[in-house]
Design a protein around this ligand. Structure first.
Ligand code: TXA
Ligand code: MG
Length: 313
C-alpha cells in the first residue's frame, strides 16, 4: 500500500528530494517553479516529463547568488550591469560556459543559458541548501496558466507533485527575459520587471523581440497560458453568461466576477492575474470578458499574458 504524499512538503524534504535527483515545486516571487538539479540529466528529464513540455523548449537556471551564476554564464559588461537588478524577476540570456556542468537538456542544446536569481528568499535558501543550480519552468502542465500559490500547483497536478509552500507569489507574472548578446540587449518576454525600469538602469532603450519570434525564446508560443474558457479582451462590460475580469473602479454585475485591482494598480493586478484566471476558469464559464488594462509598466506583461490566453488554439 502506498502512503499518501504529505503535501506541501517541509523545507528539508524539498532539499532531500532535489538532492536525490527528484523534482519538487517551489515558490519564487514570480510564479511557482518546477525545480530539479540543473546539472543532472535524469533529474531535468523528469521536469519535461512531468510538464509534458516539448524538449526543444529550454529551461531557466535559478541561482542562489552571483558566484553560482558566474560559474554558469559568460557575463559581458552589459550583463554585469543588468545583474545589478538581481535578485528579482529578471532572466538574462547569455553564452553558456562550456565547463558549467549544466545538462544539455536544460538549454535544449542551445549555446545560450537563461539565468535568474529570484527575489524570494525562500527560493534562494532552497537553492543554497541543495548546493546546485535549479532548472525550473513554471509549475504548470505545458500550455496551462502558471500557478501563483501552492494550492494551484497541487490542483494542476492532482496532488501528484511535491510542493514547498511559500504562500502567494508577490509579483505574480513570470520574469522579464532579456537576451544579452555582444552588447545588444533585446527583451524576449515582458515580465515582472517592467521594461522602463530596466531601460532607466542601463541608460538605453531596449528593443522588443517580434511578437512571434519563436526562434530565440522557443517557449514564447502564441497560444500559451491558456485557461479552458475563451477570453474576450478590452471589453467594456460582460455579456449575459460571461465571466468578468475587471480592472479599476466601476464593478460589473456577472455571476462569476473578479476585479484585478479596484484601485487600478498594475502591481496588484499582476499579483492577482493568474489566480483570478484560475478561479474564473473553474466553474465552467465558457467566456471571460476582460476590462482594458493600460500598456504601461507592468501592464506590458499583463497584456502579453492576456493576449496569449486569448489566442486561438
Ligand atoms: O518567472 C519565471 O521566469 C518562472 C519562474 C519559475 O522562475 N519561470 C518560467 O519558466 O517562466 P518557463 O519555462 O515557463 O519560461 C522560460 C522561457 C521559455 O519561453 C524558454 O523558451 C525561454 O525562457 N528560455 C529559457 N532558456 C532559454 C535559452 N537558453 N534560450 C532561449 N530561450 C530560453
Ligand atoms: Mg511557463
Amino acid at each position: 500500500m502506498s502512503v499518501p504524499l504529505p503535501n506541501p512538503v517541509p523545507f528539508d524534504e524539498a532539499v532531500r528530494l532535489l538532492k536525490a535527483g527528484e523534482v519538487c515545486a517551489f515558490p519564487t516571487e514570480t510564479v511557482y517553479g518546477l525545480g530539479a538539479d540543473a546539472t543532472r540529466a535524469e533529474a531535468v528529464l523528469k521536469i519535461y516529463q512531468t510538464k509534458q513540455r516539448p524538449r526543444f523548449n529550454p529551461l531557466i537556471v535559478h541561482c542562489a547568488d552571483l558566484d553560482m551564476a558566474r560559474a554558469i554564464g559568460v557575463f559581458d559588461p552589459t550583463a554585469e550591469k543588468l545583474a545589478d537588478l538581481w535578485p528579482g524577476p529578471l532572466t538574462l540570456l547569455m553564452p553558456l560556459r562550456a565547463e558549467a556542468g549544466i545538462s544539455d537538456l536544460v538549454t535544449a542544446g542551445l549555446t545560450s543559458v537563461g539565468l535568474r536569481i529570484p527575489a524570494s528568499a525562500l527560493a534562494r535558501d532552497l537553492i543554497a541548501a541543495v548546493g546546485k543550480p535549479l532548472a525550473a519552468p513554471s509549475a504548470n502542465p505545458s500550455g496551462r496558466i502558471s500557478p501563483t500559490n501552492a494550492g494551484q500547483v497541487r490542483a494542476l497536478f492532482d496532488d501528484g507533485l511535491p510542493v514547498l509552500d511559500g504562500g502567494p507569489c508577490q509579483t505574480g507574472v513570470e520574469s522579464t527575459i532579456i537576451a544579452v548578446d555582444g552588447g545588444q540587449v533585446v527583451q524576449l518576454r515582458a515580465g515582472g520587471l517592467p521594461r522602463d525600469l530596466i531601460e532607466d538602469h542601463v541608460g538605453e532603450k531596449i528593443a522588443q523581440a517580434e511578437a512571434d519570434s519563436a526562434v530565440r525564446a522557443p517557449g514564447m508560443l502564441k497560444s500559451h497560458y491558456a485557461p479552458r474558457a475563451q477570453l474576450r479582451l478590452n471589453a467594456q462590460s460582460p455579456k449575459a453568461g460571461e465571466g468578468w475580469l475587471g480592472f479599476g473602479a466601476g464593478d460589473q454585475k456577472a455571476e462569476h466576477s473578479r476585479n484585478l485591482s479596484p484601485a487600478g494598480e498594475l502591481a496588484e493586478a499582476a499579483r492577482n492575474l493568474f489566480a483570478y484566471l484560475h478561479e474564473l476558469d473553474a466553474p465552467g464559464v465558457n467566456m471571460i470578458a476582460v476590462a482594458p488594462i493600460p500598456e504601461t509598466g507592468l501592464g506590458e506583461a499583463i497584456n502579453d499574458r492576456l493576449r496569449r490566453a486569448a489566442a486561438p488554439r
